[in-house]
Design a protein around this ligand. Sequence first.
Ligand SMILES: C[S@@+](CC[C@H](N)C(=O)[O-])C[C@H]1O[C@@H](n2cnc3c(N)ncnc32)[C@H](O)[C@@H]1O
Length: 294
Amino acid sequence: MLQSQTASVTSSILAGHWENGRRYHAYQSGQYMFPDDELEQERLDVKYAAIHLTYGSKIAFAPLQDPQNALDVGTGTGIWAIDFAEEYPGCTVTAVDLSPIQPTWVPPNVKFEIDDAEQDWTWPENHFDYVHLRTMAAAVRDWPRMFRQAYRHTKPGGYIELQEQDYMGVIQSTSRNPGSAFITWCVQQGKAAGRVGVNLRSIPSAMADLLRAAGFVDVQIQEFRCPIGPWAADKQMRNAGLLQLSAVLDGLEGLSLRLLKFYDEGWTKDELDVLLAKVRTELRSRDCHAYWPV
Ligand SMILES: C[S@@+](CC[C@H](N)C(=O)[O-])C[C@H]1O[C@@H](n2cnc3c(N)ncnc32)[C@H](O)[C@@H]1O
Protein backbone atom coordinates (compact mmCIF):
# COMPACT_ATOMS: atom_id res chain seq x y z
CA MET A 1 0.00 0.00 0.00
CA LEU A 2 0.99 3.57 -0.50
CA GLN A 3 1.63 5.94 2.36
CA SER A 4 -1.97 6.06 3.34
CA GLN A 5 -2.88 8.15 6.36
CA THR A 6 -5.80 10.46 5.67
CA ALA A 7 -3.43 13.39 6.29
CA SER A 8 -1.45 12.48 3.18
CA VAL A 9 -4.44 12.36 0.83
CA THR A 10 -3.75 14.46 -2.26
CA SER A 11 -6.00 17.27 -3.40
CA SER A 12 -7.07 15.32 -6.50
CA ILE A 13 -8.29 12.46 -4.32
CA LEU A 14 -10.08 14.95 -2.10
CA ALA A 15 -11.72 16.60 -5.13
CA GLY A 16 -12.96 13.25 -6.51
CA HIS A 17 -14.02 12.66 -10.09
CA TRP A 18 -17.25 14.15 -11.49
CA GLU A 19 -19.42 12.29 -13.98
CA ASN A 20 -23.18 12.27 -14.70
CA GLY A 21 -23.51 15.18 -12.24
CA ARG A 22 -22.27 12.91 -9.43
CA ARG A 23 -18.92 12.68 -7.65
CA TYR A 24 -16.94 9.40 -7.69
CA HIS A 25 -13.71 8.38 -5.93
CA ALA A 26 -10.50 9.48 -7.65
CA TYR A 27 -8.19 6.90 -6.13
CA GLN A 28 -6.14 5.79 -9.10
CA SER A 29 -6.14 2.02 -8.79
CA GLY A 30 -9.74 1.73 -7.49
CA GLN A 31 -12.59 0.74 -9.80
CA TYR A 32 -15.68 1.23 -7.66
CA MET A 33 -18.83 2.00 -9.70
CA PHE A 34 -20.99 3.92 -7.22
CA PRO A 35 -20.71 7.65 -6.33
CA ASP A 36 -19.31 8.99 -3.05
CA ASP A 37 -21.03 12.40 -2.88
CA GLU A 38 -23.29 13.67 -0.10
CA LEU A 39 -26.37 11.96 -1.54
CA GLU A 40 -24.59 8.60 -1.59
CA GLN A 41 -23.17 9.15 1.90
CA GLU A 42 -26.71 9.76 3.14
CA ARG A 43 -27.85 6.54 1.45
CA LEU A 44 -25.05 4.62 3.17
CA ASP A 45 -25.93 5.99 6.60
CA VAL A 46 -29.67 5.38 6.19
CA LYS A 47 -28.95 1.85 4.93
CA TYR A 48 -26.71 1.35 7.96
CA ALA A 49 -29.55 2.38 10.26
CA ALA A 50 -31.92 -0.03 8.48
CA ILE A 51 -29.53 -2.96 8.79
CA HIS A 52 -28.79 -2.03 12.41
CA LEU A 53 -32.50 -2.34 13.24
CA THR A 54 -32.75 -5.58 11.28
CA TYR A 55 -29.91 -6.98 13.42
CA GLY A 56 -31.58 -5.89 16.66
CA SER A 57 -28.85 -3.23 17.07
CA LYS A 58 -26.01 -5.75 17.16
CA ILE A 59 -22.74 -4.36 15.83
CA ALA A 60 -20.80 -7.62 15.62
CA PHE A 61 -21.88 -11.24 15.74
CA ALA A 62 -18.40 -12.75 16.27
CA PRO A 63 -17.86 -13.69 19.95
CA LEU A 64 -15.22 -11.02 20.50
CA GLN A 65 -13.38 -10.81 23.79
CA ASP A 66 -11.32 -7.71 24.37
CA PRO A 67 -10.19 -7.21 20.74
CA GLN A 68 -7.04 -5.09 20.38
CA ASN A 69 -7.00 -4.46 16.63
CA ALA A 70 -9.88 -4.45 14.17
CA LEU A 71 -10.06 -3.66 10.46
CA ASP A 72 -13.06 -2.33 8.53
CA VAL A 73 -12.57 -2.85 4.79
CA GLY A 74 -14.53 -0.36 2.66
CA THR A 75 -15.69 1.72 5.61
CA GLY A 76 -17.70 4.26 3.56
CA THR A 77 -18.70 7.09 5.88
CA GLY A 78 -17.09 5.17 8.75
CA ILE A 79 -20.36 4.90 10.64
CA TRP A 80 -19.89 1.25 11.64
CA ALA A 81 -16.21 1.76 12.55
CA ILE A 82 -17.16 4.64 14.85
CA ASP A 83 -19.91 2.62 16.56
CA PHE A 84 -17.57 -0.34 16.94
CA ALA A 85 -14.79 1.85 18.38
CA GLU A 86 -17.21 3.26 20.94
CA GLU A 87 -18.31 -0.23 21.94
CA TYR A 88 -14.68 -1.43 22.23
CA PRO A 89 -12.70 1.62 23.46
CA GLY A 90 -9.62 -0.58 24.05
CA CYS A 91 -9.49 -1.65 20.40
CA THR A 92 -7.66 0.24 17.67
CA VAL A 93 -9.98 0.30 14.67
CA THR A 94 -8.34 0.76 11.28
CA ALA A 95 -10.91 1.64 8.63
CA VAL A 96 -9.94 1.86 4.97
CA ASP A 97 -11.73 3.23 1.91
CA LEU A 98 -10.99 4.57 -1.58
CA SER A 99 -12.96 7.73 -0.79
CA PRO A 100 -11.96 10.36 1.81
CA ILE A 101 -15.53 10.79 3.05
CA GLN A 102 -15.08 10.00 6.76
CA PRO A 103 -15.64 12.57 9.51
CA THR A 104 -12.69 14.03 11.43
CA TRP A 105 -14.41 14.25 14.83
CA VAL A 106 -14.24 10.58 15.81
CA PRO A 107 -13.29 8.44 18.83
CA PRO A 108 -9.49 8.45 19.37
CA ASN A 109 -9.25 4.70 18.69
CA VAL A 110 -10.48 5.00 15.06
CA LYS A 111 -7.89 5.49 12.32
CA PHE A 112 -9.14 6.14 8.78
CA GLU A 113 -6.88 5.30 5.86
CA ILE A 114 -7.44 6.04 2.19
CA ASP A 115 -6.26 3.12 0.15
CA ASP A 116 -7.25 0.35 -2.23
CA ALA A 117 -7.91 -2.80 -0.20
CA GLU A 118 -7.66 -4.92 -3.34
CA GLN A 119 -3.93 -4.11 -3.55
CA ASP A 120 -1.34 -5.83 -1.33
CA TRP A 121 -1.98 -5.11 2.34
CA THR A 122 0.90 -3.57 4.28
CA TRP A 123 -0.60 -3.86 7.76
CA PRO A 124 1.32 -6.37 9.90
CA GLU A 125 0.55 -10.04 9.42
CA ASN A 126 -1.23 -11.93 12.25
CA HIS A 127 -2.34 -8.54 13.54
CA PHE A 128 -6.12 -8.14 13.55
CA ASP A 129 -8.45 -9.80 16.06
CA TYR A 130 -11.36 -8.97 13.82
CA VAL A 131 -11.76 -8.06 10.14
CA HIS A 132 -15.14 -6.65 9.11
CA LEU A 133 -16.65 -6.08 5.68
CA ARG A 134 -20.15 -4.76 5.18
CA THR A 135 -22.11 -4.45 1.91
CA MET A 136 -18.98 -4.83 -0.20
CA ALA A 137 -20.47 -7.10 -2.90
CA ALA A 138 -20.47 -4.25 -5.42
CA ALA A 139 -16.89 -3.36 -4.58
CA VAL A 140 -14.74 -6.46 -4.33
CA ARG A 141 -13.64 -8.00 -7.63
CA ASP A 142 -11.42 -10.76 -6.25
CA TRP A 143 -12.98 -12.31 -3.13
CA PRO A 144 -10.54 -15.29 -2.92
CA ARG A 145 -7.63 -12.83 -2.78
CA MET A 146 -9.43 -10.57 -0.30
CA PHE A 147 -9.99 -13.57 1.99
CA ARG A 148 -6.40 -14.84 1.61
CA GLN A 149 -5.09 -11.42 2.63
CA ALA A 150 -7.58 -11.19 5.50
CA TYR A 151 -6.50 -14.63 6.71
CA ARG A 152 -2.81 -13.70 6.59
CA HIS A 153 -3.38 -10.49 8.56
CA THR A 154 -5.78 -11.97 11.13
CA LYS A 155 -4.31 -13.30 14.38
CA PRO A 156 -4.67 -17.01 15.04
CA GLY A 157 -8.01 -17.32 16.84
CA GLY A 158 -9.27 -14.08 15.30
CA TYR A 159 -12.43 -13.54 13.26
CA ILE A 160 -13.58 -12.28 9.91
CA GLU A 161 -17.17 -11.13 9.63
CA LEU A 162 -19.03 -10.32 6.41
CA GLN A 163 -22.28 -8.47 6.71
CA GLU A 164 -23.25 -8.75 3.07
CA GLN A 165 -26.38 -7.93 1.16
CA ASP A 166 -27.38 -9.91 -1.91
CA TYR A 167 -28.20 -7.27 -4.54
CA MET A 168 -30.72 -9.62 -6.16
CA GLY A 169 -33.74 -8.39 -4.24
CA VAL A 170 -36.69 -10.67 -3.57
CA ILE A 171 -40.40 -10.00 -3.86
CA GLN A 172 -42.22 -12.21 -1.33
CA SER A 173 -45.02 -14.48 -2.49
CA THR A 174 -47.32 -12.62 -0.05
CA SER A 175 -47.02 -9.66 -2.37
CA ARG A 176 -49.99 -8.54 -4.41
CA ASN A 177 -47.66 -6.55 -6.61
CA PRO A 178 -45.59 -8.69 -8.98
CA GLY A 179 -42.69 -6.25 -8.60
CA SER A 180 -41.51 -6.69 -12.13
CA ALA A 181 -39.72 -3.34 -12.49
CA PHE A 182 -37.69 -3.90 -9.31
CA ILE A 183 -36.66 -7.36 -10.44
CA THR A 184 -35.84 -6.06 -13.95
CA TRP A 185 -33.59 -3.43 -12.33
CA CYS A 186 -31.85 -6.01 -10.12
CA VAL A 187 -31.25 -8.28 -13.13
CA GLN A 188 -29.88 -5.47 -15.32
CA GLN A 189 -27.63 -4.24 -12.50
CA GLY A 190 -26.35 -7.78 -11.93
CA LYS A 191 -25.62 -8.37 -15.64
CA ALA A 192 -23.95 -4.97 -16.03
CA ALA A 193 -21.76 -5.45 -12.95
CA GLY A 194 -20.81 -8.91 -14.24
CA ARG A 195 -19.61 -7.27 -17.46
CA VAL A 196 -17.17 -5.12 -15.45
CA GLY A 197 -15.97 -8.07 -13.38
CA VAL A 198 -18.10 -7.62 -10.26
CA ASN A 199 -20.44 -10.27 -8.92
CA LEU A 200 -23.29 -8.44 -7.21
CA ARG A 201 -24.73 -11.67 -5.84
CA SER A 202 -23.69 -12.59 -2.33
CA ILE A 203 -24.68 -16.23 -1.82
CA PRO A 204 -23.90 -17.26 1.78
CA SER A 205 -22.84 -20.85 1.01
CA ALA A 206 -20.53 -19.70 -1.81
CA MET A 207 -18.93 -17.05 0.42
CA ALA A 208 -18.50 -19.66 3.17
CA ASP A 209 -16.71 -21.97 0.70
CA LEU A 210 -14.35 -19.14 -0.28
CA LEU A 211 -13.62 -18.37 3.37
CA ARG A 212 -12.78 -22.03 4.05
CA ALA A 213 -10.57 -22.15 0.97
CA ALA A 214 -8.62 -19.19 2.37
CA GLY A 215 -8.03 -21.08 5.64
CA PHE A 216 -10.83 -19.85 7.92
CA VAL A 217 -12.56 -22.54 10.00
CA ASP A 218 -15.83 -22.80 11.92
CA VAL A 219 -17.65 -20.67 9.36
CA GLN A 220 -21.15 -19.72 10.48
CA ILE A 221 -23.97 -18.19 8.45
CA GLN A 222 -26.86 -16.12 9.76
CA GLU A 223 -29.47 -15.00 7.27
CA PHE A 224 -31.68 -11.93 7.62
CA ARG A 225 -34.29 -10.31 5.44
CA CYS A 226 -34.08 -6.55 5.29
CA PRO A 227 -37.55 -5.36 4.20
CA ILE A 228 -37.83 -2.57 1.65
CA GLY A 229 -40.90 -0.61 2.74
CA PRO A 230 -43.08 -0.64 5.85
CA TRP A 231 -44.87 -3.93 5.15
CA ALA A 232 -43.51 -6.20 7.91
CA ALA A 233 -45.79 -7.22 10.81
CA ASP A 234 -43.14 -6.49 13.43
CA LYS A 235 -42.80 -2.81 14.41
CA GLN A 236 -38.99 -2.77 14.46
CA MET A 237 -38.87 -4.41 11.04
CA ARG A 238 -41.44 -1.91 9.74
CA ASN A 239 -39.12 0.90 10.83
CA ALA A 240 -36.17 -0.90 9.25
CA GLY A 241 -38.23 -1.23 6.07
CA LEU A 242 -39.06 2.48 6.01
CA LEU A 243 -35.38 3.38 6.34
CA GLN A 244 -34.36 0.85 3.71
CA LEU A 245 -37.05 2.19 1.35
CA SER A 246 -35.68 5.69 1.77
CA ALA A 247 -32.13 4.44 1.10
CA VAL A 248 -33.24 2.61 -2.05
CA LEU A 249 -35.35 5.49 -3.41
CA ASP A 250 -32.48 7.94 -2.84
CA GLY A 251 -29.85 5.54 -4.14
CA LEU A 252 -31.42 4.02 -7.27
CA GLU A 253 -30.09 6.54 -9.75
CA GLY A 254 -26.57 6.71 -8.31
CA LEU A 255 -26.33 2.94 -8.24
CA SER A 256 -27.36 2.74 -11.90
CA LEU A 257 -25.68 5.63 -13.74
CA ARG A 258 -22.21 4.19 -14.28
CA LEU A 259 -23.50 0.68 -14.88
CA LEU A 260 -26.05 1.84 -17.49
CA LYS A 261 -23.54 1.59 -20.32
CA PHE A 262 -23.15 -2.12 -19.49
CA TYR A 263 -26.90 -2.89 -19.39
CA ASP A 264 -28.25 -5.11 -22.19
CA GLU A 265 -27.71 -3.56 -25.60
CA GLY A 266 -29.87 -0.59 -26.51
CA TRP A 267 -30.67 0.73 -23.02
CA THR A 268 -30.81 4.53 -22.97
CA LYS A 269 -30.82 7.02 -20.10
CA ASP A 270 -34.49 7.77 -20.89
CA GLU A 271 -35.37 4.10 -20.58
CA LEU A 272 -33.46 3.90 -17.32
CA ASP A 273 -35.39 6.92 -16.00
CA VAL A 274 -38.71 5.26 -16.92
CA LEU A 275 -37.65 1.99 -15.26
CA LEU A 276 -36.51 3.76 -12.09
CA ALA A 277 -39.79 5.70 -11.90
CA LYS A 278 -41.65 2.37 -12.08
CA VAL A 279 -39.38 0.82 -9.44
CA ARG A 280 -40.07 3.76 -7.11
CA THR A 281 -43.85 3.45 -7.58
CA GLU A 282 -43.69 -0.29 -7.06
CA LEU A 283 -41.57 -0.21 -3.91
CA ARG A 284 -43.68 2.59 -2.38
CA SER A 285 -46.78 0.40 -2.65
CA ARG A 286 -47.61 -1.32 0.63
CA ASP A 287 -48.69 -4.33 -1.42
CA CYS A 288 -45.13 -4.85 -2.60
CA HIS A 289 -43.34 -7.04 -0.06
CA ALA A 290 -39.76 -6.68 -1.23
CA TYR A 291 -36.62 -7.39 0.76
CA TRP A 292 -32.88 -7.74 0.50
CA PRO A 293 -31.40 -11.02 1.68
CA VAL A 294 -28.63 -10.07 4.12
C1 LIG B 1 -21.56 0.01 -0.49
S1 LIG B 1 -20.28 0.92 0.28
C2 LIG B 1 -20.26 0.19 1.91
C3 LIG B 1 -19.73 1.13 2.94
C4 LIG B 1 -19.83 0.59 4.38
N1 LIG B 1 -19.12 -0.66 4.53
C5 LIG B 1 -21.28 0.45 4.75
O1 LIG B 1 -21.76 -0.67 4.88
O2 LIG B 1 -21.93 1.50 4.92
C6 LIG B 1 -18.79 0.29 -0.41
C7 LIG B 1 -17.58 1.09 0.03
O3 LIG B 1 -16.40 0.38 -0.37
C8 LIG B 1 -15.46 1.31 -0.84
N2 LIG B 1 -14.54 0.58 -1.74
C9 LIG B 1 -14.81 0.07 -2.95
N3 LIG B 1 -13.75 -0.57 -3.45
C10 LIG B 1 -12.77 -0.45 -2.52
C11 LIG B 1 -11.42 -0.87 -2.45
N4 LIG B 1 -10.88 -1.56 -3.45
N5 LIG B 1 -10.68 -0.55 -1.36
C12 LIG B 1 -11.23 0.18 -0.35
N6 LIG B 1 -12.51 0.60 -0.35
C13 LIG B 1 -13.27 0.29 -1.41
C14 LIG B 1 -16.30 2.37 -1.54
O4 LIG B 1 -15.60 3.58 -1.69
C15 LIG B 1 -17.50 2.45 -0.61
O5 LIG B 1 -17.31 3.43 0.38
